[in-house]
Ligand binder design. Sequence first.
Ligand code: PRP
Length: 203
Amino acid sequence: MIFFSRINRKSTPAAVKKVVFDEMTISSRVEELASEISRDYQGKDPIVAGILQGALVFTRDLVKNLSFPVSPDFIRISRYGRQSRTGEVEIVKDLQEDIQGRHVLLIEDIVDTGLTLNYLVRILLERNPASLAICTLLDRTELRLAEVPIKYVGFNVNDEFLIGYGLDYREYYRDLPFVATMNLEVVEPRTADRRQQTTDNRQ
Ligand code: PRP
C-alpha cells in the first residue's frame, strides 16, 4: 500500500513568531467569503480586481471558489511615502478592463489606515462603475484613519506586524501559506543567501 504524505517543501522561517491563521482556517474562511460573494454577484458578471502585490494569493484562492466563471484583474499602485497622511497613490499597473457600467469587487490583503483604499476608490469611482465594493482578508480597524466601505472581511486583526499569505516584510514571506506574527528581531539573510544556506546544510 502506498501512503501519500504531504511534503513540507519549506521549513518555517525563524522570523515566524506565532501562526495567527493557519492554512486550513484561511482556506475555510475563503470558501465562506466566496459563497457569500457568489450569491451577491450571481448573474452580475463582476470585475474581480486584486490589488498587487499583497492580494495576489488571496485573489487567486477566492476566485477559485466563486460559483461563476471570472478571470481576475489586477491593479498595482505606488504610494507616495508610507508616512503620507493623504493616502495619495499612483497607479503603476492599471486594470485591463474598462470598469464603466460594470460591478467591481476590489480585493485587498489588509486594510490598515484605509488611506490607500480611500484614495484608490475615489479614482475608480470617477470611471463610473455600476458598483464598487471591497473584500479584504484582514481588517485592522484600530489603525483606521479614512473611511473605507468594506463589504466583506475575512478576519479582524490587531496591531501586530503580520507576514504570510501575501503579506510581506521587505518583500519576504509573502509565500508562506499561513498568516503569522513576526519576530522583528530576527534578521534573516536574503533569499539567495537562504538558498545557499539550505544547500550548505544538506551537505
Ligand atoms: C498594504 C496593503 C494595502 C495597504 C493598506 O500594501 O496591501 O494595500 O498596505 O494600508 P493602509 O490601509 O494603511 O493604506 P503595501 O503598501 O504594503 O504593498 P503590498 O500590497 O505590495 O504589500
